[in-house]
Design a protein around this ligand. Structure first.
Ligand SMILES: Cc1ncc(COP(=O)(O)O)c(C=O)c1O
Length: 388
């Protein structure tokens, strides 16, 4: 049975990314879309999946749920995306896929990865959870690799509260993914109702103190399992698939996605204008601006900045009312210990390990006014000595 809300969202996503709606499948979260892609590609026990050691724990979790082994490789120190040479060097006869990742909204080098895929029998899966609205050499993120996935969780470029979708470039994979969507569980009525409240809060809470307090309360409630959350305690503490994981997006979430996706282009433009202001200021002070290589259009979901004393910088930002992000404090964010459980070996990706100690994210929320942006710039001015 098809449901209007979902099919309309599929159509709008297809228009935004430049793919047929039949290639789009909708899931409860981005990580569920990744898991579905792994299943659809028959990736499982005995297989290896290469991924950047600068990601969200949800990514290795989905790989581990499939039965495959995550193989972490280092990142490029300027773009924070996967080091393509390191990815190629990590290929073994068991490798089935390389995860490209749009870190902070910037695509990985898909030409280099595509060339590796062409030389080997490895699939590229593009993690576009940060990159909806960005582009790679004139093509929308998510339209290039054989399989891509996105997140519409509340912190992403468009939100359905929680949510995600997968894009397949060929018909056979698309059909398989749609089957997985059709057979996935419907989200519970209670979780759909709570997500509606969350979305309302997001839309009407602005981005100042009310928003920050509301978000802190939501995080506290989600940790104790009272509201539906991105990551349940199970997902942060272990590698066993939580109950109810394999779920689809509800029709009402899809309807809210339809209402929001029309604003995507304008919002990405605003994010880019904010980022340009930060970059101009940083370059003007002889500091390193975020990288945007020629031919890439960064979606600037977050603006990365490296600082020498992060705890001090973060406390000062709190006092100044600057809403900093913390992606990624760990190669498998937000897990900061017990890396063996996720098969990550500290020291094996030294650039990522170091980046995780130094990085903060400046806000690029499109609802920020010019005055809000100038407040961030004034804060950077006060902290100039600790910016790297
Ligand atoms: C790089 C990356 N991949 C995947 C995900 C998972 O997305 P979702 O929370 O929709 O499952 C996240 C979450 O923020 C992420 O940062």
């Amino acid at each position: 049975m098809t449901v209007g809300g979902r099919d309309l969202f599929r159509a709008r996503i297809g228009e935004a990314i430049g793919v047929s709606p039949s290639r789009v499948s909708l899931f409860a979260k981005g990580r569920v879309a990744l898991y579905a892609i792994l299943k659809a590609l028959d990736i499982g026990p005995g297989d290896e999946v290469i991924l950047p050691a600068f990601t969200c724990v949800a990514v290795p979790n989905a790989i581990l749920y499939s039965g495959a082994r995550p193989i972490y490789v280092d990142i490029d120190p300027l773009t924070y995306t996967i080091d393509t040479a390191a990815a190629e060097a990590a290929i073994t006869p068991r490798t089935r896929a390389i995860l490209a990742q749009n870190t902070f909204g910037l695509s990985s080098d898909l030409d280099a990865l595509g060339a590796i895929a062409a030389r080997t029998d490895v699939q590229i899966i593009d993690d576009c959870t940060h990159g909806l609205g960005g582009q790679y050499h004139g093509r929308p993120n998510g339209s290039i690799a054989p399989a891509s996935f996105f997140s519409t969780q509340w912190s992403k470029t468009i939100s359905t509260g929680l949510g995600g979708f997968a894009i397949a470039r060929d018909d056979a994979l698309a059909v398989r993914l749609r089957e997985l969507e059709e057979t996935a569980a419907e989200p519970t009525t209670m979780s759909v109702a709570l997500l509606r409240v969350l979305l309302f809060g997001l839309e009407h809470g602005g981005h100042g103190v009310v928003f920050r307090n509301g978000r802190a309360l939501y995080r506290r409630l989600s940790r104790i399992g009272v509201v539906p959350s991105s990551s349940s305690r199970d997902e942060l503490e272990g590698v066993t698939m939580p109950k109810g994981f394999m779920a689809r997006l509800s029709p009402s979430q899809a309807r809210s996605g339809v209402a929001r996706i029309g604003h995507l282009a304008g919002q990405v433009r605003r994010r880019r204008a904010i980022a340009e202001r930060y970059s101009g200021w940083l370059s003007g002070h002889g500091l390193t601006a975020a990288a945007e290589p020629a031919g890439f259009v960064h979606a600037y979901l977050r603006y990365p900045l490296r600082v020498s004393d992060r705890p001090d910088f973060v406390s000062a930002a709190g006092r100044a009312g600057v809403d900093l992000g913390d992606w990624f404090v760990s190669p498998i964010h937000p897990v900061v210990g017990d890396f063996e459980r996720w098969q990550y070996h500290p020291g094996s990706a030294p650039i990522a390990d170091r980046t995780c100690l130094e990085i903060v994210n400046l806000p690029t929320n499109p609802s920020m006014s010019d005055r809000d942006v100038e407040r961030v710039i004034a804060f950077l001015g006060q902290q100039v000595a600790s910016i790297q």
